[in-house]
Ligand binder design. Structure first.
Ligand code: IMP
Length: 429
């Protein structure tokens, strides 16, 4: 019996929600270890649709949810989300939700700076969610973040806010944006502090206890490897590490606790925000995929850019992410296409290359090299076994496995939880 860590292998929105929900029903504890409320998971359970941004998906299954120290927490966004899902009948209290007392907070200054900087970037904007994620992580490594535990110490909060506001107000003023007073931020925090502190605890200690007791832990990644601040399409990335290795440091457990790494990949590719996307389709096929796949951002409502499956990108994500197996999602969206292409390499300035370059100029000039295969006319939606899949769809999945050099251990054929073909139970690995 093992723990499982789930990560995205493309640019996010791979359909992690459904897979995590399915795995959560087999776990005891579900842990978020990076990111913040820039993430968006939609879970469909019977008649209910849950939209989660910051809360771990396990809460929907009545499991313990954990927000680790690697997450950046906007306390007001968190409380709004707790109130919303509580109204839908979920039980969220200090027994079911544990939040690391050392998690850094996202404050109103962070959102303001995120948005002001994006506006100032003009053509080079990143397309962030505008939720202050980048500035909050910057404060963490710059050692000026306000952490949850600081809320219990008014004198600490006081001097830390002075330092933080000196930095942020200087930047905000320079960008022509409104600045903040200490009183404003203090009042904003005071409103939320007692409730937030009631969930705060030494998460590392509780997880260690759980591990010793043999409880199954699911680590739920947000965003994806191509948005990883080290391994993604920098600078068009998020500000956290999104690879599986970070589940350990972002939760406070040792690396051996990570267990089976399940990478989630969509049967095609999407991206929200700016940045390179070699296989992006600007034609009717791209529009059809977007419409059929309901490719609109959960958090910002932006249309997602759509394109063919990029095997070069996913192979790299599997390697740096330490992926043990892939869950391939949304295969049914490709039903009925005459032909389907897979990117198997790139061309850069007339040369063939089989990896994505690091420099932004080269990233923009890269052209995909495709392998094209016949599509299938039958429907794969709702299939629950290999036998129900058309031969051509099976060939497509097998070709992806070969190209990314990782096995497909799970196939998802609709948003419904049971429309899943399981080759291997990651928890039994
Ligand atoms: P940030 O995380 O708000 O700083 O945004 C940085 C980049 O990551 C932007 O391109 C966002 O669109 C993208 N991003 C952040 N979170 C997600 C997500 O959950 N799904 C897909 N893209 C995301």
């Amino acid at each position: 019996m093992s723990n499982v860590t789930v990560i995205g292998t493309q640019w996010g929105d791979e359909g992690k929600g459904k897979i995590v929900d399915w795995l959560a029903s087999r776990a005891d504890i579900v842990v978020r270890f990076q990111g913040g409320h820039n993430a968006g998971h939609t879970l469909v359970v019977g008649e209910q649709v849950y939209k989660l941004s910051l809360l771990p998906s396990g809460l929907v299954r009545g499991k313990v949810g954990v927000i680790g120290n690697g997450v950046v927490v906007d306390p007001h966004a968190l409380m709004t989300e707790i109130d919303r899902v509580s109204a839908q009948g979920l039980v969220v209290n200090p027994e079911t939700l544990w939040i690391a007392e050392s998690a850094p907070l996202i404050l109103p200054v962070h959102g303001a700076l995120d948005r002001a900087r994006e506006a100032a970037r003009g053509d080079h904007k990143i397309g962030t969610t505008g939720r202050g994620i980048g500035p909050a992580y910057e404060d963490k490594v710059a050692r000026r973040a306000i952490r949850i535990c600081d809320l219990a110490e008014p004198e600490t909060l006081d001097w830390k806010l002075d330092e933080l506001l000196l930095h942020h107000n200087t930047l905000l003023a320079g960008l022509g944006a409104d600045t903040f007073t200490k009183e404003e931020i203090k009042a904003w925090l005071a409103e939320i502090a007692p409730r937030l502190l009631s969930f705060a605890c030494p998460v590392w200690d509780r997880l260690d206890e759980a591990r010793r007791a043999g409880r199954r832990i699911l680590f739920e990644g947000a965003q994806a490897v191509m948005l990883d601040v080290d391994h993604g399409t920098y600078p068009y990335v998020t500000s956290s590490n999104t690879i599986a290795a970070v589940a350990a440091s972002g939760a406070g457990v040792g690396p051996s606790s990570i267990g089976f790494v399940l990478g989630i990949a969509k049967a095609y590719t999407t991206r929200v925000g700016e940045g390179p996307f070699p296989t992006e389709l600007h034609d009717d096929i791209g529009r059809t995929i977007g419409e059929r796949g309901h490719e609109f951002g959960t958090v910002t409502g932006r249309s997602r850019r759509c394109g063919w499956f990029d095997a070069v990108m996913v192979r790299r994500a599997c390697r740096v992410g330490g992926v043990s197996g892939i869950a391939l999602t949304k295969l049914d969206i490709l039903d009925g296409l005459d032909e389907i292409s897979i990117c198997t390499g790139y061309e850069l300035d007339g040369e063939k290359i089989n990896f994505f370059p690091s420099a932004p100029g080269a990233q923009a000039r890269v052209r995909p090299v495709y392998e094209t295969m016949p599509g299938w006319q039958e429907t794969t939606a709702g299939a629950r076994s290999w036998a129900e899949l058309p031969a051509q769809a099976i060939k497509y999945v097998r070709r992806i496995e070969e190209l990314i050099e990782a096995p497909v251990t799970l196939l998802s054929t609709s948003p419904e939880r049971d429309d899943t073909i399981l080759m291997r139970d990651p928890f039994e690995d």
